[in-house]
Design a protein around this ligand. Structure first.
Ligand code: ZN
Length: 195
């Protein structure tokens, strides 16, 4: 299992490199990513989160968190991702964005924090699957949020960059969500280590 890097690692701030060929090494990378994501109980992971600069993302939604998130449409018709599906995309690109959602988002590379982030409600993503075949997938709600979050990672962007105001960042504690920004106007509490 590969270690999931946290936000101070430079590779998370760099644009990941385009994959030239989907070969056995990329398939191995995808397997490693799913494994690391499962261990960390994540919904999605980008390759640079395990230190590999390659434009590869994986997403796996559970049934319960996709109930309203995906359209129940036969896969062969529109390429709409279904709940529980293991999605792996190489060189992904968002080709269509519709609507808007504003909700809580977290990241395995930003442990202990969540933030309120505005995203498109529905997106269509194009890329190559693990066999190197071109695919187009559409997701709504949480799945759309995951697509946007992971594509951001591959461009060196973290959800904390998307916050509209510092007050939208929260620290996750045993007592629940605590505002991470203390509002003293000088510094965000984001950089402080949890006590
Ligand atoms: Zn993330």
């Amino acid at each position: 299992m590969k270690e999931i890097l946290t936000s101070e690692h430079p590779v998370l701030r760099q644009k990941a490199k385009k994959v030239k060929r989907v070969d056995a090494s990329i398939q191995k990378l995808i397997d490693d990513m799913f494994e690391s994501m499962h261990v960390a109980s994540g919904v999605g992971l980008a390759a640079n989160q395990i230190g590999v600069s390659a434009r590869v993302l994986v997403i796996e939604m559970t049934k319960e968190n996709t109930e309203d998130a995906v359209e129940a449409q036969p896969r062969e018709k529109g390429g709409v991702a279904y709940s529980g599906e293991q999605i792996a995309l190489v060189n992904p690109g968002i080709v269509k964005m519709e609507g808007e959602q504003f909700g809580e988002e977290g990241c395995l590379s930003v442990p202990g924090y969540v933030g309120m982030v505005r995203r498109a409600m529905k997106v269509t993503v194009k890329g190559l699957n693990r066999k190197g075949k071109e695919v187009k997938l559409t997701g709504e709600g949480l799945l759309a949020r995951a697509f946007q979050h992971e594509v951001d990672h591959l461009n060196g962007i973290l959800f904390t960059d998307r916050l509209e105001k510092p007050e939208d960042l929260y620290r996750v504690t045993e007592e629940g969500r605590v505002p991470a920004f203390q509002g003293d106007g000088t510094q965000s509490a984001k950089k402080k280590e949890p006590a």
